[in-house]
Design a protein around this ligand. Structure first.
Ligand code: TXA
Ligand code: MG
Length: 325
């Protein structure tokens, strides 16, 4: 099988129609979202969800995010406490996933939630939202990459990795946010951050007036397996907080300040010359893949401030740099 690729700027209606057909056949479709490309399938169909796990080589104890078109749809599947509702109103549609109590017998298949009594829900923007509306059912969708690899931010990334295993890839251009959604769970009136992502924790604090509780380091219970150490891993070693470049290393740089030794770098990738963290997030995964493709044995990355979207960038970089299993 080689995936058909449909560009939504050329044929949006055709893309919606074809995607609905493939989803209706119980097969996954790679779709653009504002964060990263997702591998979407009917969240109520066990055979379709099984295909997602098989295609990615993903462990089945790792639950999937269920994507909904609107709050009404989300409320058919989950119970909202007042703080989660406030977060939904403030950030949906957008790059925020809420972990919520699952309504029993709601129709979401247990394979999508890995049998948990909670469900991860997000309302995406753009084409993905139109597709869910047209299909009429929630779509379970992890990032559209082989498990453990860097997430795709373009249709090309998906085709290079999974093109032989898929029937259809929808090309919606470069994903504008570039890192996955922020995942939070509200418990006992507290907002716990399970994964930093496209919505900065500071924005959540501003919208709710509540502190966001960070995971407590390596001892924290692994609730979002995106928290597993080596994840988002390129082939090359990754060296963080670099203040210099070793000869032959690829360099990923934030800002435009010269880096010692950079004239000997195999290649230089500028995440954002002005130091803008949103632009840096949008470029991160593409540059990690491109740096890896230079064949350099090591990728040096200059320090990234840990505020705003920098928290998600540093989280993904730490995983990319973690010792491999
Ligand atoms: O931006 C995103 O979130 C992208 C796009 C496609 O929407 N999706 C994504 O999915 O990043 P994935 O599967 O790569 O990451 C989903 C994360 C996993 O770490 C999973 O463990 C967590 O969400 N998750 C899903 N349901 C959960 C639940 N009920 N409880 C705790 N964690 C959950
Ligand atoms: Mg993923």
């Amino acid at each position: 099988m080689t995936a058909q690729i449909i560009d939504i700027t050329r044929d949006r209606d055709g893309a919606l129609r074809q995607a609905c057909t493939v989803l209706g056949d119980g097969l996954p479709v790679a779709i653009p979202t504002e964060t990263v490309y997702g591998l979407a399938a009917d969240a109520t169909n066990p055979a379709a969800i099984t295909r997602i796990y098989e295609t990615k080589g993903r462990p089945r104890f790792n639950p999937l995010i269920c994507h909904m078109s609107d709050l009404d749809m989300a409320e058919r599947y989950a119970d909202f406490d007042p703080i989660s509702r406030r977060l939904a109103e403030a950030f949906w549609p957008g790059p925020l996933t809420l972990i919520l109590p699952l309504k029993p017998e709601s129709g979401i298949h247990a394979l999508a939630t890995a049998g948990l009594d909670t469900i991860g829900i997000r309302l995406p923007k753009g084409f993905a939202s139109e597709l869910i509306r047209a299909f009429g059912k929630p779509l379970a969708a992890p990032s559209a990459n082989t498990s453990g690899k860097v997430s795709p931010t373009s249709a090309r990334h998906v085709a290079d990795d999974l093109g032989e295993k898929l029937a259809l890839i929808i090309d919606g251009g470069a994903a504008p946010v570039g890192v996955e959604s922020t995942i939070v769970r509200v418990e006992n009136g507290m907002i716990r951050l399970l994964r930093p992502g496209g919505v900065a924790a500071e924005e959540i604090e501003k919208a709710t007036g509540l502190a966001v509780i960070r995971p407590e380091g390596p001892a924290a219970i692994i609730e979002a397996p995106g928290m597993l150490a080596s994840h988002y891993a390129p082939g090359a070693a990754v060296r963080l907080n670099a203040d210099h470049v070793e000869a032959g290393e690829a360099l990923i740089r934030l800002g435009s300040a010269p880096v010692k030794g950079m004239e000997l770098a195999a290649a230089v990738f500028d995440l954002s010359p002005s130091g803008d963290l949103a632009q840096a997030a949008a470029n991160l995964f593409d540059y990690l893949k491109r740096a890896d493709a230079t064949g350099a044995a090591s990728i040096a990355v200059t320090p990234i401030p840990d505020h705003g979207l920098g928290e998600a960038i540093n989280d993904r970089l730490a995983r990319a740099a973690a010792p491999r299993e």
